[in-house]
Design a binder for this molecule. Structure first.
Ligand code: SAM
Length: 341
C-alpha cells in the first residue's frame, strides 16, 4: 500500500462492521417485546409503547433509536415512533409476511454457535455435523416453519412462471426436502390439479402436514419419509422443487441427488432450485458468502455454490435449458428441464 493510501485509511469501516452484531439482536428484542405490533395501530411515543408492551422506557429508547438508525422505524419531530414499509410488512405478527420467527431463530438458535468460529476455522470441522444426517429431524422440525416466509414469495413466483393455474389435468409435483412444504403449498394453491408428494425426514413430516393443512391444501399433499441423499425418489413427476437443500451437502452428494431427481421427472419435466448463489469469483454477494460460513460451522461438507457449479451438476445429470428466474429472494431461482426425448 502506498504511504498516501495508508494515510487515507480510517478505522471507520472496521468499527461499522464490528457494531453491526447489535442489529439483529435489537430487532429480536423489539419483536419479543411486541414493539412492532404496538406500532401497527399508529405512531406512538416511548411512554405509549411502554404502556402497550410492559417494557421499560429506558430499554425501549435504546433499541428503538437504534432501529430508527437502521431504518426499521422512523421518528417524527414530536418524538413519536412509527413503522417503516419493511417493518410493517415483515415484523408485525398478524401480517402474512411476518418474519419474526426467522429473526428469533437466527438470534436464539444460531448466533451462539458462531462464537466458536475461530476454532472451526482452525480445525475445518463443524461444531455440529448433524445437518446432513437423519438425526437432524429435531433441528429441522423447529427450523422449517421459521424459514417458510423467506421462501414463500419465490415459491409463488414459480407457480406463476410455470403457469400452474392453467393446468387442465393432474400435475404431479415432487417437493424434495419439503420442510414446511412451502414450494408444494404455493403450487397447490395455484391449482386444484396439483398433487404434491412431499419428501423429507420422517420426523419432519408431521410439521409439513400441519402447515399444508393450515394453508388449505392438506388434501393435495402426500408425505413420504425418505433420505433424499440415499433413496430412490420415484417417478412420474412433471415438476420437482428443491428448496435450500444443495448447500447442506458436498458436490458429490448433490450430483447423486440431481441424477435421482432427473430419473423421477417425466420427459419435459421441470426442476426448480432455491439456493443462496455466490458469484463465480466468490467475491459477493455478502449474504450468500455469509451463508457459506454458516455451512462451515454447521456441516461437514456444505457450502454456498456458484451458478456455474450447479449448472455443471445439472448438465451432468442430463438437464437442459438451465436458466434463472428473478424472484423475491436473496438469489434468483434456478430452473432446468428434462429433455422431451
Ligand atoms: C433448509 S430446509 C429447507 C426446507 C424447504 N425446502 C424450504 O425451502 O424452506 C432443509 C430440509 O431438508 C430436509 N432434509 C435434510 N436432510 C435430509 C435427508 N437426508 N433426507 C430428507 N430430507 C432431508 C430437512 O428436514 C429440511 O426440511
Amino acid at each position: 500500500m502506498s504511504s498516501r493510501a495508508a494515510s487515507q485509511a480510517t478505522p471507520e469501516h472496521l468499527m461499522q462492521t464490528v457494531w453491526k452484531f447489535m442489529q439483529p439482536l435489537a430487532l429480536d428484542a423489539a419483536i419479543q417485546n411486541h414493539v412492532f405490533d404496538a406500532l401497527d395501530a399508529g405512531p406512538k411515543t416511548l411512554e405509549e409503547v411502554s404502556q402497550a408492551t410492559g417494557a421499560s422506557v429506558r430499554g425501549l429508547a435504546a433499541i428503538m433509536n437504534l432501529l430508527v438508525g437502521v431504518n426499521f422505524l422512523t421518528k417524527t419531530a414530536d418524538g413519536r415512533y412509527a413503522l417503516t414499509p419493511d417493518s410493517s410488512a415483515f415484523l408485525v405478527s398478524s401480517k402474512p409476511g411476518y418474519h419474526g420467527g426467522f429473526v428469533h431463530y437466527i438470534v436464539s438458535g444460531l448466533i451462539a454457535n458462531f462464537l466458536s468460529l475461530a476454532e472451526v476455522v482452525r480445525t475445518g470441522k463443524p461444531i455440529e455435523s448433524h445437518l446432513d444426517r437423519p438425526e437432524a429431524a429435531a433441528f429441522f422440525e423447529e427450523l422449517v416453519g421459521n424459514i417458510m416466509p423467506v421462501a414463500y414469495p419465490g415459491a409463488k413466483a414459480v407457480a406463476e412462471e410455470l403457469g400452474v393455474s392453467r393446468a387442465t389435468q393432474p400435475l404431479n409435483v415432487l417437493d424434495i426436502g419439503a420442510g414446511s412444504g412451502v414450494w408444494g403449498i404455493a403450487l397447490a394453491q395455484a391449482s386444484p390439479q396439483v398433487r404434491v408428494t412431499a419428501v423429507d425426514l420422517p420426523g419432519v413430516l408431521p410439521v409439513t402436514r400441519k402447515i399444508a393443512k393450515q394453508f388449505g391444501v392438506g388434501d393435495q399433499f402426500t408425505c413420504v419419509g425418505k433420505d433424499i441423499f440415499q433413496d430412490d425418489l420415484g417417478s412420474g413427476y412433471s415438476v420437482a422443487t428443491l428448496g435450500h437443500i444443495l448447500h447442506m451437502a458436498s458436490p458429490d452428494k448433490n450430483r447423486f441427488l440431481l441424477k435421482n431427481i432427473f430419473r423421477a421427472l417425466v420427459p419435459g419435466g421441470t426442476l426448480v432450485i432455491g439456493e443462496f448463489i455466490v458469484n463465480e469469483d466468490r467475491k459477493g454477494p455478502v449474504e450468500p458468502l455469509a451463508f457459506a460460513v454458516n455451512m462451515l460451522v454447521h456441516t461437514e461438507h456444505g457450502n454456498a455454490y456458484t451458478l456455474g457449479e450447479m449448472r455443471s451438476w445439472l448438465q451432468e445429470a442430463g438437464f437442459v435449458n438451465v436458466r434463472t428466474l428473478a424472484a423475491p429472494a436473496l438469489s434468483p431461482l434456478i430452473i432446468a428441464d428434462k429433455p422431451r426425448s
